[in-house]
Design a protein. Sequence first.
Length: 154
Amino acid sequence: MRALYLGRFNPPHKGHIYALEYILNQDIDEIIILIGSGEKAYSLKNPFTGGERYEMVVTMVREHFNYDQFFISAIPDINRNTIWPANVIDLIPSFDVIFTNNSLVQELFTDLSNKEVREIPFNKREELSGKIIREKMIKGENWQQAIPDELLPL
């Protein structure tokens, strides 16, 4: 079975490794990792480019998993929620289930596609959150422990 895992990966962190391990343990043979907001960069919410995030995700997957089980790509935002799921489905290989904890993504795929949607249990959410990591980067606080070693220094 093939799964879709969506995220901005800004930056990729150890919580993403946990999520991928969880997905693979759900009778999933292949994972499509789709990096959202691929066109956005150099902002507080999206400090890294889509290309930088792609390279970091590839590096992380190669270090921790069998790379042959993955298809990794980036996708730009289209800012039209009603057609976004169809756009995603049109641009990537077919998949059976989507894994996401984003409530909007869950709602859109549940309402506008025939795909099964599953959540991923959080792991150390107070530390392993892109938003929290970005805030720590800005404040000059220690954020490096949340990032896989192979991605340091960022």
